[in-house]
Design a binder for this molecule. Structure first.
Ligand code: FMN
Length: 392
């Protein structure tokens, strides 16, 4: 029987892992993916065995549209987690992100805690990670190149976490001039920049502004999953700051753009971009619904961390195998044969809050668009022929 990974709970540098593992850190608001119905096809006209869930991501073929989201590094225990996750990513041929590499940029002796990922996942897409505030103050292309080289990354995720920093005890509340820096990175690095949120979502405006500067990859990380305001409030409380829960009140549960709406907003703003759906993705149906909304793949953080820590590598492997099967079944039951067909399927119905939000957004950015036609075009704008004048 495989042993769960042991964590030294006393180590301050592991606060985030420990809190995410043990406490309720998820927003009460939902992703709104429950407002997406993929029409059930009682006559799928395919065999389940013929369903193909493979897709291309960053010029590499992966087995399923699922990525292990950025989480950790910078500490020996974090290195152990990274090593285990990387072995699994390689075994199943799925991409993996590392946590913020700031610690290793500032203390190169910690680089090995990130390098273990590439060492154990030599063939899959590996994503480097640095925070936007660091580029507002000090970091330039040089640090970004170091992060990419450190793990021979296929892309660099620049994470946006203004809510977390605002509620963090030692928060870096610096976002001045970040956009210009992100453009510079995207223009100069040998790999693409992924604009990545961390649980509060990417809006139409953020996606559109960045897209106009050349950004073609987005990880929406929307509302409905792990919330970093909550994590920081718990951390502050543990450090004796009694007012922390009162300070965060409301923001930890309800501030942000639900993942489903963030996917749609980003797809409308950045039609031919690659979109990673994340934030509250918890099962294969969430992944299928995200793709049906126009995402290219999905990423998951919290459940992967918890299952690895509690049930070890074999526990995580069986969880992932269930996810892969669920994705396959969803493609089959939708009457599609592969992920592209699911993404472009017109048989998607939206309801409730998500439909209301989409109507408002289209009214703002494309007042003459008819919602039903728009939805299919939004999702497949890079796959279908688009009528003249529709392109935003
Ligand atoms: C323990 C933990 C650490 C994280 N660290 C980072 C990080 O260093 N950089 C980053 O971009 N995102 C980080 N994230 C955010 C995730 O990549 C993801 O965007 C977010 O947790 C939403 O996904 P989830 O609801 O599946 O957890 C972290 C998440 C967790 C749970």
């Amino acid at each position: 029987m495989e042993q769960p990974i042991k964590i030294d709970l006393k180590d301050r540098k592991l606060d985030h892992i420990k809190i995410c593992n043990e406490r309720n850190v998820e927003a009460s608001a939902t992703t709104l993916l429950e407002n997406v119905m993929i029409e059930h096809m009682a006559l799928p006209e395919n065999d389940l065995d013929d369903i193909d869930t493979r897709v291309y991501f960053l010029n590499k073929k992966i087995n399923a549209p699922l990525m292990i989201a950025a989480m950790t590094g910078g500490h020996p225990t974090a290195a152990k987690i990274n090593e285990e996750l990387a072995k699994i990513a390689e075994k199943y041929t799925i991409p993996i992100g590392v946590g913020s590499q700031r610690a290793a940029i500032e203390h190169p002796r910690l680089a090995w805690t990130f390098k273990v990922v590439r060492e154990n996942a030599p063939s899959v897409p590996v994503i480097a990670n640095l925070g936007a505030p660091q580029f507002s103050r000090g970091y330039s292309v040089k640090e970004a190149e170091e992060a990419v080289q450190m793990i021979e990354a296929d892309a660099l995720a620049v994470h946006l976490n203004p809510l977390q920093e605002a509620f963090q005890l030692e928060g870096d509340n610096w976002y001045k001039d970040v956009l210009v820096k992100i453009k510079e990175l995207n223009d100069s690095l040998p790999v693409p920049v992924i604009l990545k949120e961390t649980g509060t979502g990417i809006s139409y405006t953020v996606a559109r502004t960045s897209y106009n500067l050349g950004i073609k990859y987005f990880d929406v990380s929307g509302l409905g999953g792990t919330n970093w305001g909550k994590v920081e409030a718990i951390r502050a409380t543990l450090k004796g700051i009694k007012e922390a829960p009162m300070r965060i009140n409301g923001f930890g549960d309800f501030w942000g753009i639900p993942t489903a709406f963030s996917i749609l907003s980003t797809r409308i703003a950045a039609p031919d971009s690659t979109i990673i759906a994340s934030g509250g993705i918890r099962n294969g149906l969430d992944i299928a619904r995200s793709i049906a909304l126009g995402a290219d793949l999905a990423a998951m953080a919290l459940p992967i961390l918890r299952i690895l820590l509690h049930r070890g590598r074999s526990g995580l492997e069986s969880f992932l195998e269930q996810l892969f099967y669920q994705i396959k079944v969803a493609v089959y039951l939708s009457g599609s044969r592969n992920i592209d067909q699911l993404k472009c399927s017109p048989n998607i119905l939206l309801s409730g809050e998500l439909l209301g939000l989409l109507k408002q957004l289209l009214h703002q950015v494309k007042p003459d668009a008819d919602i039903i036609t728009s939805l299919t075009l939004i999702k497949c704008v890079n796959k279908l022929e688009v009528p003249n004048g529709w392109r935003l």
